[in-house]
Write a protein that binds this ligand. Structure first.
Ligand SMILES: Cc1cc2nc3c(=O)[nH]c(=O)nc-3n(C[C@H](O)[C@H](O)[C@H](O)COP(=O)(O)OP(=O)(O)OC[C@H]3O[C@@H](n4cnc5c(N)ncnc54)[C@H](O)[C@@H]3O)c2cc1C
Length: 284
């Protein structure tokens, strides 16, 4: 068997709903039935070809319509590099506007994922000009040294944040390594509880989630806890009995970069085996 096929069978299937939109919709229905919501993502970051970008935008427009038509409890999550940011900021903005406007008409919320640091300024600039629409949120990574200032600016402008630790390989000069990545997560989370009414705590780290749960006893914010498909989903299902929980549900054929980031995170063998045995998508 070719290595790529083996990889797909063993790993990618744990972290990805399947190749087609129907796979993501089916899984979302199953998550909804268990009391969890979804963030549906069409895989395909770093696209340059205009045909491919148009195809991605069309798929997102379909996702928005299907969420509404099927009455699903789901948001959309997209990467700006998938819809034109690697071509130009104005092209990405134009495509993002189409998706956000369609989502607004259909009552759907749109998250922007955060990518490599080179894209952060443009991503913040595009997000900033759509905050007033009210149905948009942005991911902020605690490992970037700049994130504290970025997060404060977004919250002051009325934006909605999904806080993550960060998944790309960034240099020491601009990013924190562990344990600072996690301590900065705590600091940014504190800021959100004090200054923001609604946000997303996206992590599989039990300590972070426990701290957030206890902070929310005091602040009573609208917090959604979010995890990735195939990572600690049993815990997510348990948590959903008392809290709002959302699962990030990627689908599509272009899964390599996404799956390799997950593989790098699960870099110890015990975690990989645990994720293979205990987290198959079919069990949701
Ligand atoms: C909903 C959601 C959206 C995200 N969006 C973005 C984004 O837009 N941009 C971005 O840079 N990053 C994003 N991420 C990824 C994030 O930045 C981290 O890389 C990832 O969540 C791992 O960090 P952690 O907070 O879970 O903490 P970690 O300290 O990395 O992990 C905590 C524990 O979680 C478990 N765990 C974590 N990863 C795995 C894995 N792959 N397999 C098995 N167990 C694992 C282990 O038990 C580990 O000890 C997102 C994550 C989530 C949950």
């Amino acid at each position: 068997m070719k290595l790529s096929v083996l990889f797909e069978k063993a790993f990618a299937k744990r972290w990805i709903a399947g190749p087609g939109l129907d796979d993501a919709l089916d899984l979302t229905r199953r998550l909804n039935a268990r009391g969890l919501s979804a963030q549906i993502n069409y895989l395909g970051e770093a696209s340059r070809g205009k045909d491919r970008i148009k195809e991605s935008v069309d798929v997102y427009l379909r996702i928005v319509r299907e969420i509404k038509r099927n009455g699903l409890n789901a948001d959309v999550a997209l990467k700006l590099s998938e819809i034109g940011l690697d071509v130009s900021i104005s092209f990405a903005k134009e495509n993002y506007a189409k998706i956000v406007n369609a989502a607004l008409k259909n009552g759907v919320f749109v998250w922007i994922d955060m990518e490599e640091h080179e894209l952060v300024d443009d991503t913040l600039s595009i997000y900033g000009s759509f905050i007033k629409k009210g149905n948009v949120g942005l991911c902020i990574q605690s490992y970037l040294k700049r994130s504290e200032a970025d997060l404060q600016k977004i919250v002051r402008s009325g934006g909605i944040v999904r806080l993550v630790k960060g998944a790309y390989m960034e240099s020491k000069g601009i990013s924190y390594r562990e344990p600072l990545r996690t301590s900065n997560y705590l600091k940014l989370m504190d800021y959100l509880f004090i200054h923001s009414k609604k946000f997303m705590i996206a992590t599989h780290d039990t300590n972070m989630i426990k701290t957030a749960l206890s902070l929310n006893k005091k602040y009573k914010r609208k917090v959604t806890y979010a995890m990735l498909l195939g990572v600690r989903n049993k815990y997510a299902i348990e948590l959903a009995k008392t809290e709002r929980v959302s699962i990030y549900v990627p689908f599509g054929e272009r899964w390599t970069k996404y799956a390799f980031r997950r593989l790098r995170e699960a870099s110890n063998l015990k975690l990989i085996i645990k994720s293979l045995i205990k987290e198959p998508v079919s069990k949701i």
